[in-house]
Design a protein around this ligand. Structure first.
Ligand code: HEM
Length: 484
């Protein structure tokens, strides 16, 4: 009867007891995604926690996440109206805005332009590949210089510059050298971005903390400043483009976005959206790609036999007389497997950017009201023992079938770009970029651990998990480009 049906639908979400004022904030620990997975064992894959004054639904495991983000894609496509989200990209971010007609148009503009300048056709693919190879060559030289006289170094800043440069080349038709101090300082600050927007960050759910002189308050202030500074940097370049815009000649992505938003037919977006879109794309494409590259190098020195196997396979396919190219990808399944395993094992975007519900919705018989904050635990999908044999072991070969080919069903099961209406729009270019940079570095260099360091995989939590500063050195492998 209706009464019983209502009772089932309105079943209260399970979850741990929440303390007054702070809720479950003190229970999250250093690695909230691991806590979320532990709580899922007790309360099921869909449960509720409370952080400060927000009730938050946490989704775990492939089935529950797919049900929500694919079957109820519109209901789960919102973003919370957190104060910190309004500080990003001049308050008009495509990444951090909630679901609306205008957001749909904005996302389409970003997605279409990105594709048009990267993987749309053979010509754009080639140009994009040249940008990436140029950065990778620069990294090789820079790493050799930093390894001179037996020195060891931390590669994180170099990867940040390289990843940002790929996006700058697309957006501004110009890259910035590794030695440009202004660019490096800016990027070092932007590197802290993910600490504030990662799921479980307390600044937005306990805004009352702002009224005390405390660390949360300064997190807010620093976050605001870094976003303003980054936005101003990008805006300045967009304004230069606007001043010299010629509808007959599209120089780069900034021109293309100006064309669509400012000169297109009824675009629904005002001209300020141009600088916001470019800021979003550079920001989103930089932190993620540089973080995965840091993990790749760490895992190469942690597992030297895997590094050797990768070098042997690349040498066999590419040889020593030319550089690897994207056309080699189909013959380098082990390298692809290594990259997928790095993404699965580290799950370096452990929880997506927070979502929110756009209307009341019921999943697995549990009622979730409109405007509920939702955390999506990607780590739980990549470490589900029912899906992955020995998920805690790093083993690239798990992605290869008996013939040595990549198992596409399995690679598609790795969840790192999210799914549904908020899925990452840079997934394809990121895969090409990471593959090419990794192939070039492994082809040209051998990476070694600093013997004085106890190698661990410890990392800091945020939107991305970043390995704690480890040190490596790079040795040339000898080729026409790089004489031993
Ligand atoms: C969103 C992962 C690279 C552009 C996201 C999200 C994740 C993600 C997890 C959030 C999805 C959600 O909230 O459900 C990654 C990873 C990357 C990567 C792992 C690299 C390995 C890139 C690149 C670009 C990009 C290179 C662009 C140049 C975006 C944009 C969004 C996004 C615009 C916002 C989508 C939306 O809110 O609708 N990405 N990303 N990403 N990503 Fe990426």
């Amino acid at each position: 009867c209706l009464w019983v049906r209502n009772l089932t639908i309105k079943k209260r979400l399970p979850g741990p007891f929440a303390w007054p004022l702070v809720g479950n904030a003190m229970q999250l620990g250093q690695m909230p995604h691991i806590t979320f997975s532990k709580l899922a064992k007790k309360y099921g894959n869909v449960y509720q926690i409370r952080l400060g004054r927000s009730d938050i639904v946490v989704l775990n495991g492939d089935a529950a996440i797919r049900k929500a983000l694919i079957e109820h894609s519109t209901e789960f496509a919102g973003r919370p109206n957190f104060v910190s989200f309004q500080m990003i990209s001049g308050g008009r971010s495509v990444v951090f805005s909630s679901y609306s007609k205008q957001w749909k148009v904005h996302r389409k503009v970003a997605q279409t332009t990105l594709r048009a300048f990267s993987l749309a056709n053979t010509q754009t693919k080639k140009t994009f590949e040249q940008h990436v190879v140029g950065e990778a060559m620069d990294l090789v030289q820079k790493f050799l210089r930093l390894s001179a006289d037996g020195r060891h170094f931390n590669p994180s800043n170099e990867f940040t510059v390289a990843a940002a440069n790929v996006m700058c080349a697309l957006c501004f038709g110009k890259r910035y050298g590794h030695d440009d101090p202004e660019f490096r300082t800016l990027l070092r600050r932007v590197d802290k971005f993910g600490e504030t927007v990662g799921a479980g960050s307390l600044v937005d759910v306990m805004p009352w903390l702002q009224s005390f002189p405390n660390p949360v308050r300064s997190v807010y202030r620093n976050f605001k400043l870094l976003n303003e500074e980054f936005f101003a940097y990008v805006k300045d370049k967009v304004v230069q483009h606007r001043d010299t815009y010629d509808p007959e000649v599209t120089r780069d992505m900034s021109d293309a976005i100006i064309g669509v938003i400012e000169h297109g037919k009824d675009s629904m977006l005002t001209k300020d959206f141009v600088e916001s879109t470019v800021t979003d794309l550079i920001g989103a494409g930089q932190d993620t790609v540089s973080t995965v590259m840091q993990w790749i190098l760490l895992l190469l020195i942690k597992y030297p036999s895997i590094q050797t196997k990768l070098q042997e396979q690349i040498d066999k396919v590419v040889g020593r007389d030319r550089l690897p190219s994207i056309d080699d990808k189909s013959n380098l399944a082990y390298l692809d497997a290594f990259i997928y395993e790095t993404m699965r094992y580290t799950s370096f975007v452990p929880v997506t950017i927070p979502h929110s519900t756009t209307s009341d919705v019921t999943i697995e018989g549990l009622h979730i009201p409109k405007d509920t904050v939702v955390f999506i635990n990607q780590w739980s999908v990549n470490h589900d023992p029912q899906k992955w044999q020995d998920p805690h072991i790093f083993n690239p070969s798990r992605f290869l079938d008996e013939t040595g080919a990549l198992d596409k069903d399995l690679t598609n099961s790795v969840m790192i770009f999210s799914i549904g209406k908020r899925r990452c729009i840079g997934d394809q270019i990121a895969k090409v970029e990471v593959f090419l940079i990794a192939a070039m570095l492994i082809h040209q260099l051998t990476f070694e651990n600093d013997p004085s360091q106890d190698l661990s995989l410890n990392c800091s939590y945020g939107l991305t998990l970043k390995p704690f500063g480890y040190k490596i050195s790079a040795k040339p492998r000898g080729s026409v480009f790089n004489e031993e």
